[in-house]
Design a protein around this ligand. Structure first.
Ligand code: NAP
Length: 290
């Protein structure tokens, strides 16, 4: 299968590495993937070929004329303009998919332009971006959400499902709006909460105390602050393209914080213990670890 990847950054590069390493380890029962990369920079094209993320790479879309599938791996804001420039270069049977972290607005915009479009979101990432940090195992055992709509051809869903499985991911299907509400809770809210935690710590007025806190910060703070220290553009995209669901999640989170403040104000340690006992039991269930 000839797979085009547009945007050779962290996600695009990792998909290329994963699919090519799958082809390298090919047995008769697995499919061979040829990766056609597209970047805006020729230096990135050369790098993609050199590290094994693409078989061929180009700065223009002509190379995608023979692609069976094209995966859009640009930032969300670039998806629509990229698709509009790309479509004249594709054969009519080409399946188009994307990896954007929000789905409703993308599916609403792209599906009318290309009926063979399947919205997708691999739930794997890193704080860093770019091809330098791409890795073949990024998607292994991670969820990969597909958001087909009523008009999506079943054959297109089957092809994108096959690709997601080939990179080692676990495939889920849901409606685009359901995806956006769910990721508001477990992806977008955590980024905003973690960023607010970092900002709260920086609000300590006494420089000596803040300095001491920095020295004492260990694994707990490292874990809780990780997603708030990521690439700003991703957080902005989450807020911009998933505004309603994120706002709702933030308001409910603020209610939970107010409950905690109220307990502290009343020195109600039993109530705090009850809350923490509830969350201690709920976390493994939420993460389906038990
Ligand atoms: P990234 O490392 O910055 O890669 C994006 C690539 O897109 C860049 O390397 C760039 O490649 C290209 N690009 C940037 N601006 C562009 C523009 N205006 N027009 C066309 N191409 C452009 O970002 P990423 O983390 O891989 O994210 C890419 C997509 O994956 C986003 O839609 C994001 O929502 C989604 N996603 C990210 C994560 C995550 O944790 N990072 C997880 C799941 C999904 P060239 O400069 O070489 O052209």
């Amino acid at each position: 299968m000839r797979v085009g990847i547009v945007g050779l950054g962290l996600i695009g590069g990792s998909l290329g590495l994963a699919l090519r390493s799958r082809s390298a380890a090919r047995t008769d029962s697995t499919r061979n993937y040829t990766i056609l990369g597209v970047s805006r920079r020729s230096q990135v094209c050369q790098q993609a070929i050199a590290i094994g993320a693409a078989d061929e790479a180009s700065v223009n879309f002509d190379c995608l004329a023979t692609a069976d599938v094209v995966i859009l791996c640009t930032p969300i804001a670039a998806i629509e303009p990229t698709v509009r420039s790309l479509l004249p270069h594709l054969k009519s049977t080409t399946v188009l998919t994307d990896v954007g972290s929000v789905k409703a607005s993308i599916v609403e915009t792209i599906a009318p332009l290309w009926p063979n479009f399947v919205g997708g979101h691999p739930m794997a990432g890193k704080a860093e971006s770019g091809l330098d940090v791409a890795e073949a195992d990024l998607f292994v055992q991670k969820p990969y959400v597909l958001t087909p709509i009523d008009s999506t051809p079943p054959e297109a869903i089957a092809i994108v499902t096959e690709i997601a499985k080939a990179v080692g991911a676990i495939v889920y299907e849901c409606e685009p709006e359901a995806h956006d509400r769910a990721v508001a809770w477990i992806s977008h809210l955590p980024v905003m909460v973690s960023a607010s935690l970092i900002r709260a710590c920086l609000s300590e007025p006494d420089a000596t105390i803040q300095n001491l806190a920095q020295k004492l910060a260990s694994s707990g703070f490292r874990d809780a602050s990780r997603v708030g220290g990521g690439v700003p553009e991703l957080g902005v995209m989450m807020a911009c393209y998933n505004q309603a669901a994120l706002r709702q999640a933030l308001l409910i989170y603020r209610d939970r914080l107010d409950e905690m403040i109220d307990c502290v104000d009343r020195a109600d340690w039993d109530a705090i213990e009850a809350l923490l006992t509830e969350t201690q039991a709920a976390r493994p269930r939420f993460l389906q670890e038990d």
